[in-house]
Design a protein around this ligand. Sequence first.
Ligand SMILES: Cc1cc2nc3c(=O)[nH]c(=O)nc-3n(C[C@H](O)[C@H](O)[C@H](O)COP(=O)(O)OP(=O)(O)OC[C@H]3O[C@@H](n4cnc5c(N)ncnc54)[C@H](O)[C@@H]3O)c2cc1C
Length: 393
Amino acid sequence: MTTDSSNQLLADVDAYCQELRPIEELCYLEHRYNEQTVTLAKKYNLLGMPIPAQYGGRGADAVTYARALARIGREGTGVRTFFSGQTSIGQYPILRYGSESLKAKYLPPSVRGEKIMAFGLTEPDAGSNPLEMTSTYRKSGNRYLLNGVKYLISNGGIADAVVVFAYPEDKQGKERRMSAFVVDTEGDTFEVEDLHAKPGMFTANTGMFQMTDHPVPAENLISEEGNGFRVAMGALVSGRLSVASGCLGVIEDLLAEVLTYARTRKQHGKLIGKHQLVQEHIALIEMDRAASDAMVERAAIAKQASDVAQGDVKLAIEADYRVAQAKFFVSNAAWDAADRAVQVYGGRGWSELYRVGRHLQDVRVCRIYEGTDEIMKLKIASALLGKEFAAFQ
Ligand SMILES: Cc1cc2nc3c(=O)[nH]c(=O)nc-3n(C[C@H](O)[C@H](O)[C@H](O)COP(=O)(O)OP(=O)(O)OC[C@H]3O[C@@H](n4cnc5c(N)ncnc54)[C@H](O)[C@@H]3O)c2cc1C
C-alpha cells in the first residue's frame, strides 16, 4: 500500500468516526444497536479495509489496518467489534484460504455492505477448546447439510453470511477433522437469536444461531475438507490483532478524556490535575498507551511480513506469537486504563453518561473473546518452553 493511499484511508476512518460519534453516544445511552455503524462505513468505503482493490477493498496492509482499528476503537469497543466480525474474522478467512470463486462470490458484496459477515466457531460447550464443538455436516449431492448451535457470535444476529466450523457426521477418531464453510443465513433451517443480556457493547450485535440440516453449496467449503482448524487459527491471529488495535484506541481515548477532566475539575481549591495522586493515574494511563502502541506496531509488522510471505511457516509462527502477546498485554492495559480513568472522574466516571464509564463496561470482554487471558499466557509460555511443554494438545 502506498503512503498516500494509507493516509487517505486513515483520513476517511477519522471522518467516519467523527460523523458516527454523536449517533453512537445516543444509541449507547438508549442501549440499542447502532445501524449507522454499517451505513456510514458504506459511505466512507470502510467495509473491506484490508481486502485487495480487485474485490473492491482498500488494500490496507496489516500496519495501516491496525492503525485504522485503533482510531475506530476510540469510538468504543462495540464499534470496533463490528469491524472485527465483518473483516478480521469474517472476510479474512475467505480471502486467505478461499477459492477464487468463493472470493468473487463473497468479497465484493461484503465490501459494498450488501453482505454483513461473521465468524462462528464458539458453541455453548466449546469455547477455549474449539475441538470440543459438536456441530456437524454431511454431504448430500452438490451441497452440505449443517447441524449445530453457534453461541456468542459478533454480528451473529445481523449477518448475511457466517464462516462456520463443523465436523463430518460420519467420521470418528483421527479422521474426524473439522471443516470451514461460508454459510448463508437465510431460510427456516437457520434460526437466529440476539443476545441482549450483556453488561456493555450495547450498540453492537452479539447473536447465536442454530442450523438444522441447513444447506450449504459444495463450493462454499473454505480450503479443503478437514482443514477447518487451520482456517480458524489463521483467522484468530487476524482477529486478535484487531482486538489489540481497538484496545489501543480505547486507551488513547481514555487519556484524552482524563487530561481534559483533570484540567477543568476543581476540588480542595485547585484543579484535580494538580493533585499528585491524580497525576499518578495519568502517568500510568500514558504508560499503558505508550507500551500498547509499541506492542501493536510490533505485532502488526510481524503480521504484515507473514501476509506478504504466505506459506512461510517461521513468519506465521512469529506473527501468531507476537499477536498473542499484543492481544494479552493491550487488552489488560486498556482495562487498567479504564479503571484509572473512572477513578479520576470520581462518581461521574461510574456512569454511562461519560466516555470513560462506557469504555470500562465495554473493554472487559477484550480479555475474553478471541482467546482468553489464560489461553494467551499458555500460548506465550509454551512458545518459549517448546512444543513438548504445551499445556493442552
Ligand atoms: C461479546 C462476545 C463476542 C464474541 N464473538 C465471537 C465470535 O464472533 N465468534 C466466535 O466464534 N466466538 C465469539 N465469542 C466467544 C469467545 O471467543 C469465547 O467466549 C472465548 O473463547 C472463551 O470461551 P468460553 O466463553 O466458552 O469460556 P471457557 O472456554 O469455558 O473458559 C472459562 C474459563 O476457563 C479458562 N480456561 C479454559 N481452558 C483453560 C486451560 N486449558 N487452561 C487454563 N484456563 C482455561 C478460560 O480462560 C476462562 O477463564 C465472543 C464472546 C463474547 C463474550
